[in-house]
Design a protein around this ligand. Structure first.
Ligand code: CO
Length: 299
């Protein structure tokens, strides 16, 4: 009796080990009917989103560049900001979240999707996106997913951004006029991108500065720099994917706390320029480079 209990134990242990060591299910090439499934590729462009129609048009520039680079590939959009999706839904515009867009692509039989982040930094929104991508990756062997990095992900990215921004201020800018970029800023650790970029911009052009609305460097930091260099005039530009709410209100608005108001009070004449970084083809080219890395895996 004792002996048979022992052998039963060994048998169960072996059974468990055998199951555990079984090879995984066949790879993505075979469908449930044993036929190879032809690759069906999509590109999902993911942005925070905007409800400003003019700013939405700017997204069209990116889409055109992506379609030109990948003719015949399905290109779709997802907005990460729920309040913007809700706002647009009231106007009859149906924008999907990344999870909704991926679920649809999966249901429609797409076999591989490049999820290109159009975020500026690898901050909270990008990390939320990665979690969604990881979740969908676990759902099927027939739905390959890869995420493309945001704009400012590496030191090389920052160098490319600084080079691209050379053509961002208006051509009529005089040497004595400063250029102040307004970034979003964040509490997320990736917020270190902003002071790094500010340093690199100033190294190239001592009168170019980058501040943030919600992080570091602050408007007060930028103001101190402008005053220390005796700047009398400055162009204000958003360092954001769209010239939306922050650009119109926090940067160029007439209310008490806006950058224009604060700097004007400090003796710096401000010339706001409503030009998003997305309107700069060299910036778009950096996102396209990041997308290319992903698409190379899908060949
Ligand atoms: Co904001």
């Amino acid at each position: 009796m004792l002996q048979s209990l022992k052998s039963l134990k060994i048998f169960l242990l072996l059974a468990v080990l055998t199951l555990w060591a079984l090879p995984p299910a066949p790879a993505a090439s075979a469908s449930e009917h044993g036929k190879a499934r032809p690759a069906k590729t999509a590109i999902l462009l993911v942005t925070f989103g905007t409800s400003v129609p003019q700013a939405q048009k700017v997204f069209g520039l990116i889409e055109t560049a992506v379609r030109k680079a990948y003719p015949g590939v399905e290109v779709r959009w997802a907005y990460t900001a729920k309040f913007i999706r809700d706002k647009l839904a009231k106007k009859g515009q149906k924008l999907l979240s990344p999870a909704q867009a991926l679920a649809l692509l999966m249901a429609q039989g797409y076999t591989q999707t490049a999820v290109q982040s159009l975020h500026v930094i690898p901050g909270a929104e990008y990390n939320d996106l990665l979690r969604v991508v990881r979740g969908f990756k676990g759902m099927s062997d027939h739905f390959r997913l890869m995420a493309g990095r945001p704009l400012c992900s590496t030191t090389d990215d920052l160098k490319a951004v600084v080079a691209a921004l050379a053509s961002q201020p208006p051509k009529e800018r005089k040497d004595s006029q400063a250029v102040v970029y307004m970034g979003h800023g964040t509490h997320h650790p990736a917020g270190v991108v902003y002071p790094a970029l500010d340093y690199m911009l100033q190294s190239k052009d001592p009168l170019t500065f980058l501040g943030t609305v919600e992080g570091y460097p602050t408007l007060e930091d930028v103001k101190a720099e402008l005053l220390a260099r005796d700047v009398k005039e400055a162009y204000l530009l958003p360092f954001m994917t769209v010239a939306g709410d922050h650009a119109h209100n926090d940067m160029a608005g007439d209310e008490a706390g806006s950058w224009k108001t604060v700097l004007t009070k400090a003796g710096v004449k401000c010339i706001p320029v409503m030009k998003a970084i997305t309107e700069n083809p060299k910036i778009v080219a950096i996102w396209l480079d990041h997308l290319r890395v992903v698409m190379a895996h899908f060949k």
